[in-house]
Each structure stands twice: as C-alpha cells, then as structure tokens.
Design a protein around this ligand. Sequence first.
Ligand SMILES: Nc1ncnc2c1ncn2[C@@H]1O[C@H](COP(=O)(O)OP(=O)(O)O)[C@@H](O)[C@H]1O
Ligand SMILES: [Mg+2]
Length: 307
Amino acid sequence: MELPPVALEGSVRSMLRSFWGVDVADKRLVGDLLLGRRQHTGTVLYVTSGSGGVGKSTSSRRLCERAAAMGVSSLLVDANPLQSSQRNFFGGRSLLDVRTISDWTPGDERAQHGANQGRRFGVAYDLTFAPETGQSVPWSRYADFIMAARRLWQFVVVDLDRISPVDLDDTGTAAGALVTPSVVSGDLVLVPVKLGMQTQRDAMNLLAAFPRHGLPNECVGVKEVLPIGMEEHAPYDYAPYGTYLGAERQSVEAERRIEQCASNWADMNLDPVRERVLAWALPDRGFDPARYMPKERRKGLWGRKRK
Ligand SMILES: Nc1ncnc2c1ncn2[C@@H]1O[C@H](COP(=O)(O)OP(=O)(O)O)[C@@H](O)[C@H]1O
Ligand SMILES: [Mg+2]
C-alpha cells in the first residue's frame, strides 16, 4: 500500500506514532531494511559528554552489567585511548595479553578477535580494551570494528571521552568519525549532564550542536547527574535535543565503591535511571523502569489501580 505524503515527510518516529500509536527509539529494523542488512544487528550506544568526570565509564559498565543480567549479550568497547578507563578499572598495567582493538584487523568479520570474554574478569559482558600506551588506532578502525561487533553482540556500549561541538564534523575525531554518522543513521548516544555551572554549560553547548548536525532527538538520551549534596530540581527542557531519561544522584558511598574498583552494586541513586536508559535503548527486552520507582509512588499507582 502506498504511503500517504504526510507519512513520507515526517520522521520514522512520527509515522509510527500516528499509524500505530507507539513511541519507539529503536530504528534498527528500519535501518536494516533501508541498508539491506540481512542479519539483524545489535544496538549501539555511545556514551559521551561535554566534560570529563561525569560518570561515563562507570555508567557504561553498569549498563552492560544490567543488560547482560537480562540476557542481552553485551560488549563494552573502551574507546577512550587517552585514559583507558576500562583497562585501568580491570587491572591497569598488569593486564598482559588482553585483546585490544588493535588485535582486530579491518575486514575481519570475526570481531571476537578484538574482544575478551568477560568471564576472565568476573563479569557477564565482553570487553574490548583500548590499545596499549604508545599504540594508536584511527577512529575509522573503531567504526569498522563496531560494525562487525554488532553482528555478534546484541548490545554494544562504546565508552568515549568527552567530545566538543566543533569536532562533530571532523572525521579525525571520535565525534566526527563515530558519533555524528552513527547517530544520524539511527544509533544511540547517551549524554550525562552533570549539574553545575561549567559542566552544564559544556553539556548544553554539545546538545545544542546536535540538531545542526542532523542528530535526531529520539536517538539522543539525556540523563542528569546530581553531584553529591545537590538538591533535586525541576528538569530542564531537553526535548529539542534529546530524550530525557531521569536524574541520577552521586553519593559518597558510590564514590568509595568506584575507588575500590567495585561494580554491580544495587544503588537506588543510579539504578532507576539506568533502567530507563535500557528500556529506551533496548525496547521489548523486559526492562521495567516502574519497578525501580520509589516506594511511595509505586504504592500510589497500585492504590489507584485497585479502586
Ligand atoms: N555515582 C557516583 N557517585 C559518586 N562519584 C561518582 C559516581 N560516578 C562517578 N563518580 C566519580 O567520578 C569519577 C569519574 O568517573 P568516570 O565514570 O570515570 O567518569 P568519566 O568516564 O565521565 O570521566 C569516579 O572516579 C568517581 O570519583
Ligand atoms: Mg571515562
């Protein structure tokens, strides 16, 4: 049946909403059809921000932990070669003979050649480490690797460094080589916005540059990060740039655990937002943000239902 012009003019998202009344962020199927990909490919989520130290690497690990626990095969790619955060987290210099992105050669369909089984590190997701110090890998290699990896894993989380708005069309940077082309074609990016004068300004500058580069707001997830001691506030309006997924709170307890290289602890300051991020990125995989709502609100909802 021919589509009416109004459907062709709008976004995929608005078409789905007006025809079927559903809201989806998942454009993989459409991408698969348009690009003639015969195999169903995994979801790719980039994690980046406008400033450092906002919890990107910690969040990336926790997202993989939860996704893997829910039966979604997941790969965490450490794409921050300057800091090698995941390498440091999982053992630093003592990590000999682990596979890094430089162990994978372009053209090799078997992305497992650039990945390590999580079992070896006591986690349920797999890991691709950044190259060893002194080795460098062009961003185009990361792009090719991610393309191969998404055929093997259902969820690929790419832990990036901070990026700048001016780099969004510079293909020599992670922003221009990975984030812009991928998200324009329907992959997802998660941007933590840490509240505070400077960090918030950096984040808003980055978010505001997205529409200019064609990044659709349904593919941009925004979560707020409240620094230790900061009070809750009315959320800003991120709708022009992204999909708001809630506010997580940093805590002294979490900071201590991260310092001890712990992970996967239950954290009511972080887990509700994580669940919303996953329900947004991986719809229909059983993630249930309502389960993580604070008790009072949950009771209220159940109370209403019973009446
Ligand atoms: N939930 C949290 N609560 C408290 N401190 C946190 C939390 N998440 C991150 N941090 C602090 O921020 C530091 C940087 O975290 P990280 O995830 O590496 O950020 P990024 O990848 O954005 O640079 C951590 O070492 C820790 O001190
Ligand atoms: Mg990091």
